[in-house]
Design a protein around this ligand. Structure first.
Ligand SMILES: *Cc1c(COP(=O)(O)O)cnc(C)c1O
Length: 344
């Protein structure tokens, strides 16, 4: 691996971060806060929230088995996807490599940051090849994006291939595990010590049923998290979000119950799709959605919209011609979808 100094944008490496009022006194017990120009009334919303979300990270640390120093929390995964561009890639010079098709935000953030984005096609089984990804890299490749389970295809990327990329790429490898709670595959966040170039993304938006609070997680070595903490907005995770996440974390086993239920529903819904004459193929999945190849995805999508049912039309995405992406809903939502499709 190239050193973190070599991988980091020179201006970021040398950045003197903003020091917020709430950072400077740390280590002491304080009673009177006259440092941040806040209004003393309207507790608790008058106060700036903890810029490093210490209490929340302690809780997440226990649930996820990752040291608090190796956790970054952001305004959704969106922030954790944008930050590596802003920290590591020089606009107009550096590039990133990614599996294709995959989640659209990696490319949007590359475009916003004026960084070349190099997509590398998956094979017919939606599997990645470490060789192909590595072949697409050059001296200016800073990041490789892997999403597993992948969106929109739903399947896990082959673990040996991911490990090969981690071992052989001398830049940073970001593995987006937004859907890993639905998969039996072990999360790569447990391998951080093994791979200093690994960044794992997870989120409160999917299995944790908290998309509205906007909370994303990045797990990485402390040195990378320290760089993120320098560059992020000082109060990037607001108090309401921190409180609501602590509430959700009170009963992590509740999440397992939802996951089990959704996986049962998924099996049923996929089964029903296979029996539809308008469905040509249902792809295997490790997530809370699946991809289905239809006879005419656009027409079926339009029909469903008229019926008040919204699925995702992925038919213009590479390798996904005539594919709809179906999120698993409640039993009654899934039943409604099937009733509409049988009438089509
Ligand atoms: C839904 C999703 C996310 C979650 O994004 P948030 O900003 O945390 O809501 C991240 N990555 C992928 C691949 C997703 O599909």
């Amino acid at each position: 691996m190239r050193s973190l100094e070599e991988l980091t944008r020179p201006n970021i490496w040398h950045l003197a971060p903003y020091s917020s009022a709430r950072n400077e006194y740390s280590g002491h017990v304080a009673r009177v806060f006259l440092d941040a120009n806040e209004n003393p009334y309207n507790k608790p919303f008058n106060r700036y929230p903890d810029p490093l979300q210490k209490e929340l990270k302690e809780r997440i640390s226990k649930v996820k088995g990752v040291h608090p120093d190796c956790i970054f929390l952001g305004n959704g995964s969106d922030e954790a996807i944008d930050l590596p561009y802003r920290c590591f890639t020089r606009p107009g010079i550096d590039n990133v490599v990614a599996i294709e098709p995959t989640y659209g935000m990696y490319k949007v953030c590359a475009d916003i940051n004026d960084v070349e984005y190099r997509p590398v096609l998956l094979d017919d089984h939606f599997q990645m090849s470490a060789n192909k990804l590595l072949d697409a890299c050059d001296r200016n490749t800073k990041l490789i994006w892997i999403c597993s389970p992948n969106n929109p295809t739903g399947n896990n990327m082959n673990r040996e291939e991911i490990i090969r990329v981690l071992n052989e790429f001398d830049g940073l490898v970001i593995v987006d595990e937004a859907y890993s709670d639905f998969s039996a595959e072990r999360s790569l966040r447990h391998e951080l010590k093994e791979y200093p170039n690994l960044i794992v993304l997870q989120t409160f938006s999917k299995a944790w049923e908290c998309a509205a609070i906007r909370l994303g997680m990045a797990f990485a070595c402390k040195e990378i998290v320290d760089i993120y903490n320098k560059v992020k907005y000082p109060y990037n995770v607001n108090l309401l979000t921190q409180q609501q996440a602590l509430e959700a974390l009170k009963d992590p086993y509740e999440v397992d119950k939802w996951i089990k239920l959704l996986l049962q529903e998924r099996r049923q819904l996929m089964e029903n799709f296979r029996l539809l004459p308008i469905c040509k193929k249902v792809y295997p999945t490790d997530a809370n959605f699946f991809l289905a190849k239809m006879t005419d995805a656009q027409k079926i999508y339009d029909y469903l919209v008229r019926e008040g049912i919204i699925v995702r039309n992925r038919s213009r995405i590479s390798l996904c011609q005539d594919c709809l992406r179906i999120t698993i809903g409640t039993k009654s939502e899934n039943t409604e979808l099937m009733a509409a499709l049988r009438k089509y």
